[in-house]
Design a protein around this ligand. Structure first.
Ligand SMILES: Nc1nc2c(ncn2[C@@H]2O[C@H](COP(=O)(O)OP(=O)(O)OP(=O)(O)O)[C@@H](O)[C@H]2O)c(=O)[nH]1
Ligand SMILES: [Mg+2]
Length: 663
């Protein structure tokens, strides 16, 4: 973990420093009255994003492959014992998130399994704190923690009917039929989901570990497939050397790969290699055996051999607890940890960097534009007034008339911007309309109605297909309006460029394509789960309905995010022009007023020139300061962590970095 800890710490420090530089920039903008409402909002969003930044690692596998043991070995060896329950047979019964939210005391929050009979996904229930049971965790007592963490393996015995109601029993599944006892009861998890809030150093840095239960859980808790696992930054798929890749392992693998659309952040772990250690075999024989298994896993999963890590979680944990370096090396755990760092940190840093840099560049760019416009106008005024020095009253009069005319003429531009605002508001409403939750709700109701009618017939599949089709159509409608808005804003900018010689940066490129892709992924997941179902039974139906709930919840999420992003984008379009118009209008007014005062001998020409010179110096100083702040933030943002440097070097050399890490 030392490597992970160092790397995370380095990344956390980078992120905090970056946030610090944004805070500084924001304070400076505020103190110099250069902070516009929209820019302030954007900086705040960037800061929130940095403070809520999470790195999620998901552990997925069939039951008993050693997911929980691996988590214990990688993250919790310092406690000197197993913290997460790990034992033969099914152990972890519900999806478990380990994270740290400092606004809460250390605790375990658990969502009762009974909520599965009700409408709503885990994500929906996350918003309803009262539905969760909260158990305190005493972090000073490893025994107490161990006791508390046992919660994730708690089970209850319920009747087959009750299990069916929760979508946890399928009579066609032979394994499940065997599990029914003489009284017609089956054992199911007591909890639907658990969130462990725990002040572990890595969790404090924003790491989130997702431990999942094996066996069928992937099929029965659709949220894992649709949301939790695909949004993880790294997915560790665990296999065991003693079982090899079984059919059920492959089922799990296909689901996670199919659902997340790519394997770029997937690692396969071939666990329990200690089973291959054999005192009667030479080291090279064992090595050859391991290599053979790795090659076979790599071929079966279609994953590069460098992405398959043979380890012994159990021996790794023992080695760390007892400080046995030789055993630790033999467990090969450090190589996996190094790979995790090199997979996770650089990818995450790149995303955070790009997002943050874009905001900083945009905001500082707009402020620079406004300041440069002010500078230009001051220079022009100074030029004019200097030319008046030593001139008679009538030239001053002529200049006043010209200044007043220019100020009046400029009002035309103010009207133009008001008109643009009206047009934008209309177009924006047309772009939002398809994204509004009401329009989604109408489609959902319609589809649910249809599903009820076509229940248990193959028409069911076309109803779901149409549902996705309609949703995509809504996003496309909105996309078309967004393109229209962009064209309109470019037109306005062009007019200002032609009439006044302004150079304005074009609107940020924006479309809803990423959301379209997300919907496609959801549909793909749906298809891969149910597309091959030939017969629809009542119990499969319960499963499908539950999956559809998750699809609805996911689409709600997608639409809400699409609407929020579109609104933010629309809000950012006119302010840069408005700021310049306001600025110029003020300058023109001031200029006419000051020439009038000079004419009336209320102010001397020299004094006014002096004032303007001071104002010019002030603007130029601010431009310098702005450059300094922007430069600082830029340098910070582009600083690489050691893991990123390694990853970049590896990309150059075309060899995975973790192959070259010294262990
Ligand atoms: N020999 C050996 N056994 C291991 C190793 N890792 C885990 N095990 C054992 O495998 C069994 C299952 O481990 P768990 O950590 O509970 O597996 P899991 O994948 O979390 O299983 P579920 O929670 O049921 O999904 C336990 O008895 C572990 O002691 C290993 O590296 N070597
Ligand atoms: Mg487990």
């Amino acid at each position: 973990m030392a490597q992970l800890a160092t790397s995370f710490h380095e990344y956390g420090a980078w992120r905090d420093a970056l946030a610090g530089s944004i805070v500084q920039l924001r304070r400076w903008l505020e103190s110099t009255q250069l902070l516009e409402g929209d820019a302030a909002r954007r900086l705040d969003v960037a800061l929130d994003r940095l403070s809520e930044d999470k790195l999620v690692i998901a552990f997925v596998a069939e039951f008993s492959r050693g997911k929980s043991e691996l988590i214990n070995a990688i993250f919790f060896a310092d406690y000197g014992r197993r913290i997460l329950p790990s034992s033969a047979g099914r152990t972890t019964m519900c999806p478990t998130e380990l994270m740290y939210d400092e606004s809460l005391p250390p605790c375990i929050r658990a969502l009762p399994i009974e909520t599965r009979a009700r409408f709503g996904t885990t994500a929906d229930f996350k918003k309803a704190a009262a539905e969760w049971r909260v158990f305190a965790v005493d972090t000073n007592s490893p025994d107490g923690m161990l006791q508390a963490f046992k919660l994730v393996s708690e089970t209850v015995r319920v009747s087959v009917d009750e299990a069916r109601m929760y979508g946890l029993y399928d009579p066609e599944d032979k394994d499940q039929a065997v599990a029914v006892d003489r009284d017609g009861m089956v054992e199911i998890s007591r909890w639907r989901h658990a969130v462990i809030n725990f002040p572990h150093p890595l969790l404090k840095q924003g790491l989130v570990i997702l431990d999942t239960p094996g066996l069928n859980a992937i099929g029965t808790e659709p949220e894992l497939t649709l949301s939790l696992v695909p949004s993880a930054h790294a997915v560790l798929f665990v296999l065991a050397a003693d079982t090899g890749v079984t059919k059920s392992d492959l089922d799990v693998w296909r689901h996670i790969v199919g659902d997340s659309g790519a394997t770029h952040n997937h690692i396969a772990v071939l666990n329990k290699i200690d089973g291959l250690w054999d005192a009667l075999k030479s080291e090279s024989e064992i090595e050859a055996e391991v290599a053979k298994q790795v090659a076979s896993v790599s071929a079966t999963l279609g994953l590069a051999p460098a992405r398959v890590f043979p380890v012994s979680a159990q021996k790794g944990l023992v080695a760390k607890v007892t400080g046995d370096q030789k055993l630790l090396r033999a467990s090969r755990l450090p190589a996996l940890e190094a790979a995790l760092v090199d997979l996770l940190v650089p990818a995450k840093q790149r995303i955070v960097r790009e997002q943050t840099q874009a905001v900083i560049e945009r905001v500082t760019g707009e402020v620079r534009q406004a300041l440069t416009a002010r500078e230009r106008s001051l220079i022009e005024q100074l030029y004019e007034l200097r030319a008046l020095q030593g001139k008679n009253q009538s030239s001053i009069e002529r200049m006043l008339i010209r200044a007043q005319a220019e100020s009046r003429d400029f009002e035309e531009n103010v009207r133009k911007i008001v008109a643009a605002r009206v047009v934008l508001a209309r177009l924006a409403n047309e772009a939002y309309a398809p994204l509004r939750l009401e329009s989604l709700r109408a489609r959902v109701l319609e589809t649910r109605e249809r599903l009820r009618k076509v229940r248990l017939t193959p028409q069911f599949f076309s109803a779901v297909k149409d549902y996705f089709q309609q949703l995509r159509e809504l996003l496309r409608q909105s996309n078309a309006k967004i393109a229209e808005i962009e064209k309109m804003v470019l037109g306005v900018q062009r007019r200002f460029a032609e009439d006044l010689g302004w150079s304005l940066s074009p609107p940020m490129p924006f479309s809803l394509d990423t959301y379209l892709a997300e919907l496609e992924r959801a549909e793909e997941a749906y298809r891969s789960h149910f597309g091959a179902l030939a017969v629809l039974t009542r119990d499969k139906w319960a499963l499908i309905e539950r999956f559809f709930d998750t699809v609805v919840s996911k689409s709600r999420e997608v639409f809400a995010a699409a609407e929020r992003d579109t609104e933010a984008w629309v809000r950012s379009l006119l302010p840069p022009i408005e700021v310049q118009v306001r600025e110029q209008r003020q300058q023109l007014k001031k200029r006419a007023e000051s020439v009038a005062r000079i004419r009336d001998a209320q102010e001397s020409l020299d004094a006014r020139i002096g004032e303007l010179e001071e104002a010019l110096e002030d603007v130029q100083r601010r431009l310098e300061e702005l450059k300094k702040f922007a430069g600082q933030a830029r340098t910070l943002a582009s600083r690489e962590t050691a893991a990123s440097v390694r990853a970049a070097a590896a990309a150059d050399a075309d060899t995975p970095a973790y192959l070259r890490v010294e262990i």
